[in-house]
Design a protein. Structure first.
Length: 228
């Protein structure tokens, strides 16, 4: 996560949404940077609102921070995690991250473990994008969400915020590998990620999520999803 108190902006890093490339592009304009460990770099909306934003409001009452994040197609997002954890660096039993290696399990096996109840195996210990974006109330805890496939909009947003042209190019992408997904597993996955899909579809339909315009509408959509 990176913050510019001068420009009133906080960028929250959703994992597997080009966060490395985005941070690199805006780092010179940000004076507060959370990086390194995953739990620090990928601070979620709940932690941001409860601790970081709350502290900022106490210290600088007259300054507003607008929070922004990207969201990716939920099925593409979870597939990206599978591909990322299948990389050769995790293959060796000597790797400290070997337990997360997915190169020896099928995509269907990975998803079924990911959706299983109780304690999951390390390679499938992942949350969801909705978990990252939401508050305990069930509402979205960010001011703005931009779809992952619209970097033109993201570049425009940052350029207007910083007063300089920003152009982001993708880095650190996972290699493409053949994926096979059974239809019954996909159906279960769509049910499991129902809230993620609802948020993503809403953001795509409206071009982006803007809290001042869309908060109540999206919350109503999520409430309907809960009743399904």
């Amino acid at each position: 996560m990176q913050i510019s108190t001068e420009h009133g902006l906080a960028f929250l890093c959703m994992a597997k949404c080009a966060s490395t490339a985005i941070e690199s592009a805006i780092t010179d304009y940000c004076n507060i940077k959370f990086s390194g460990r995953t739990s620090i770099k990928h601070i979620n909306a709940q932690v941001f609102n409860d601790h970081i934003l709350a502290a900022h409001k106490k210290l600088v009452r007259s300054s507003h921070i607008e929070s922004v994040c990207m969201i990716r197609d939920p099925l593409d997002w979870i597939e990206s995690w599978y591909r990322y954890r299948s990389r050769n660096q995790l293959m060796s039993p000597k790797s400290p991250q070997h337990a997360k290696y997915t190169g020896n399990v099928s995509y269907n096996e990975f998803l079924l473990e990911y959706m299983s109840k109780g304690k999951r195996k390390p390679f499938a210990q992942l949350r969801t994008q909705y978990n990252f974006l939401s508050l305990a109330s069930g509402r979205i805890g960010l001011d703005r969400i931009i779809p992952f496939d619209n970097f033109k909009l993201l570049n425009q947003f940052f350029s207007e915020k910083f007063g300089h042209e920003i152009e982001i190019t993708l880095k650190n992408t996972s290699p493409r590998i053949p994926i096979s997904l059974d239809s019954d597993v996909e159906e279960k996955l769509r049910q499991y990620l129902a809230k993620d899909i609802a948020v993503y579809d809403f953001v795509k339909e409206h071009g982006q999520y803007i809290k001042a315009l869309h908060s109540d509408k999206l919350y109503a959509v999520l409430q309907d999803t809960s009743e399904d």
